[in-house]
Design a protein around this ligand. Structure first.
Ligand code: NAD
Length: 360
């Protein structure tokens, strides 16, 4: 198979970790007989420095022309003084809108080898943890009408939460499709006891659920969901929720698994197109030092293989290679524990690529 990938390395450790993700993809290509081509384009601080804007038109066009996008991370102290609209991070919001990436998938998968990093009591996660947060990404309060108005009591600010049935339906469909390939349970999270938008959310999700009789649907209020995630995270399979609730709950779910350097994500559009990126930022504090953990980026590439290219065995080979490197005891500093073997970004990437090539 032939696929075209737009690579946006970004800033800080972005180029380092995407470099290792591309090496993993190349090992897959060689091992399974595929052909991946890469178009490198810029966004974030690197783009501001080279052409004065955080998301050049050429980047948008390259992303649209590709089958999938692999992104590192953007931002850093060098650009922190810029006004909000010009900051590197703005590139991400614009890319999501331009590419129609309406569903963000964040798996929280705990590797047995890293169980020590889990902040919960061992019995809460015994036997492993594997849940998936599906967050609506282009609607809701982050994109709603906003403003500040003067009142007799001083300024008053507002942000509007607004969801159409269509926006809710398409993200719910993604959640149910994912659940069909997993453990067939969807937990829809809302605040339907208070919010009108949540009542439409709940009604729409229920209608989608009728088309998936094999999948069990459960509804939780967001405050209860936040509590249940730390009280009994193993009850969850797929969680689906709005933009703002998903922003918060996906961070909470991911922290249960330990290091931020291990967490991949996918953002999907209609059809199979997707943008894949590690959850972490550009980590300017360790950029260029060889300390960055490339596993989140490599696992993001595995998600690309699975969700956009439909290459299941190839995705599993990448995930198995990561697991095998962990099992052999190699660790970047962020996941280091006693008795393990220190390794650099490049060394971890090399070990992963070797294992993919050997299909261990
Ligand atoms: P961060 O995720 O970059 O770093 C938080 C901490 O985690 C740091 O100590 C860092 O060294 C560590 N860390 C992160 N990724 C790691 C990895 N792969 N291996 C080892 N350690 C890792 O978050 P931050 O410090 O809040 O933000 C730094 C910059 O990144 C900011 O400019 C922020 O706006 C940007 N940011 C970008 C994205 C993105 O591009 N998607 C996401 C979050 C933050």
């Amino acid at each position: 198979m032939k696929y075209k990938i737009a690579v946006i390395p970004g800033d800080g450790i972005g180029p380092e970790v995407t470099g290792e993700a591309v090496r993993a993809l190349e090992a897959v290509a060689a091992s399974f007989g595929h052909q991946f081509t890469y178009e490198y384009v810029q966004a974030g601080g690197a783009a501001i420095d080279s052409c004065g804007e955080c998301l050049p038109q050429a980047t948008i066009e390259a992303a649209k022309a590709a089958d999938a996008v692999l992104l590192g991370a953007v931002g850093g102290p060098k650009w922190d003084g810029l006004p909000g609209e010009e900051r590197p991070e703005k590139a991400l919001l614009r890319l999501r809108k331009e590419l129609g990436l309406f569903a963000n998938l964040r798996p929280a998968l705990m590797f047995d080898e890293l169980a020590e990093a889990c902040p919960l009591k061992p019995e809460k996660v015994e036997g492993g943890l594997d849940l998936l947060v599906v967050r609506e990404l282009t609607g809701g309060i982050y994109f709603g009408e906003r403003g500040v108005r003067e009142t007799a009591d001083g300024p008053e600010a507002y942000d509007v939460e607004r969801y159409s049935q269509k926006e809710i339906r398409r993200v719910a469909e993604i959640a149910f499709e994912m659940a069909m390939k997993r453990n067939r349970k969807v937990t829809s999270v809302d605040k339907a006891n208070v919010l009108e938008s949540s009542r439409l959310w709940r009604k729409t999700v229920a209608a989608v659920a009728e088309r998936y009789p094999e999948v069990k649907l459960e509804n939780l209020y967001v405050d209860n969901a936040a509590m249940q995630l730390v009280y009994n995270p193993k009850q969850f399979d797929v969680l689906v929720t709005s933009n703002i609730f998903g922003d918060i709950l996906s961070d909470e779910a991911s922290m249960i698994t330990g290091s931020i350097g291990m967490l991949p994500s996918a953002s999907l559009a209609e059809g199979a197109f997707g943008m894949y990126e590690p959850v972490h930022g550009s980590a300017p504090d360790i950029a260029g030092s060889g300390r960055a953990n490339p596993m989140a980026a490599v696992l993001s590439a595995a998600m690309m293989l699975r969700y956009t290219f439909g290459l299941m065995a190839e995705a599993e080979a990448v995930e198995a290679a990561v697991k095998s490197v962990l099992a052999a005891g190699y660790r970047t500093p962020d996941i280091m524990t006693d008795g393990c073997i220190p390794a650099t970004t490049l060394q971890i990437g090399t070990l992963i690529a070797e294992r993919i090539a050997e299909r261990k």
